[in-house]
Design a protein. Structure first.
Length: 135
């Protein structure tokens, strides 16, 4: 996979006098079937999350509260995104190294993924990841 496949996706935002509502539908706003979602919160200042790559898993990363940065790396190029809007998601295809940092106090990171979690399909070593994509 190439970093050029990563992109920001504007999610629907319905606004009225009662506030805002945003939704996500598989194969509509996101280009994959949803199998699982999880969220990170109460991340202490200075702590990084992620730092791995998934071999077959597609992701949509959303800052549903506060903000944080996402650094993406395909083994050849690195780019960074600042997420701070709950109606904006970052699509990350398989085999893209990702790191999350600079969490603001109270930040909540929601991640919608295409596969159930299995440790065997995650690469936690950047050096191993580089060997896979370069070879």
């Amino acid at each position: 996979m190439s970093i050029s496949e990563c992109r920001l996706i504007n999610l629907p935002k319905i606004t009225n006098s009662r506030g805002n509502l945003t939704y996500v539908e598989e194969n509509n706003q996101i280009p994959f079937e949803m199998k699982r979602m999880y969220y990170c919160y109460d991340t202490p200042t200075g702590i990084d999350r992620g730092g791995h790559v998934h071999k077959n898993l597609h992701q949509l990363i959303i800052a549903i509260g506060g903000s944080f940065d996402v650094i993406l790396d395909d083994g050849f190029e690195r780019i960074s995104f600042h997420l701070d809007e709950p109606n904006l998601g970052l699509y990350v295809p398989p085999m893209i190294w990702h790191e999350l940092n600079n969490f603001t106090p109270g930040a909540i990171c929601l991640v919608i993924v295409s596969e159930l979690y299995t440790k065997e399909v995650t690469v936690n070593s950047y050096e191993t990841f580089k060997k896979i994509v370069v070879d």
